[in-house]
Write a protein that binds this ligand. Sequence first.
Ligand SMILES: Nc1ncnc2c1ncn2[C@@H]1O[C@H](COP(=O)(O)OP(=O)(O)O)[C@@H](O)[C@H]1O
Ligand SMILES: [Mg+2]
Length: 193
Amino acid sequence: MNIVVSNVKGGVGKTTTAMYLAAAGAERGWEPVTLVDADRQASSAEWFEARPVAGVDLVEAPSERTVARNMVGDGLVVVDTPPGDERIVRGALDRADAVVIPTRAGGVEFTRVDATLEMLGSATPRGLVITAARLGTNDLDETVQWWSQAKVPIWGIIPERVGIASGPESRLYREGLSLYADVLRKALRRRAR
Ligand SMILES: Nc1ncnc2c1ncn2[C@@H]1O[C@H](COP(=O)(O)OP(=O)(O)O)[C@@H](O)[C@H]1O
Ligand SMILES: [Mg+2]
């Protein structure tokens, strides 16, 4: 089962989402769980080095070839993709059973998500995760409305939390783990068979 976390834009929560999804998968009993870091910036790998996650193996795969090679195994594979590097991103998306697209709330983000959606085959299950969300704001409400009109499912809304923003400096945040477990459940339910 390959879940690819992708958005052509940087800083939207891809690495955070990939870490939490992998950890949530391990907690739910998936074995093995492999977190594939396809970003040359190696942000997942650095995070993992600072704070390994029980039940998750990390593989650095910063090329189309190495990503492809790591998306054939058993168990759960979560791929953290780079913001640029279209060949790597396409290589990962082509092998995805489900694609999770992290995005921030706000109008300027829509076109970035569209660019990501355009890279997907029509049959590939996909859903959005709105990261660092400020609950009760117009920005968030408008974003939710926009995507429901566009018929792109929202698999999760992750509130802005200091415990999540602190990344490798602290343990994975319990509330984040349970919210991302729900995202994982939705991705698995809609996966290609
Ligand atoms: N739910 C959240 N609450 C607060 N900060 C968040 C949340 N999700 C992500 N962030 C922060 O947003 C920044 C960008 O996230 P990151 O996962 O590195 O994005 P990307 O991999 O897309 O560049 C990081 O500082 C991260 O800690
Ligand atoms: Mg990243």
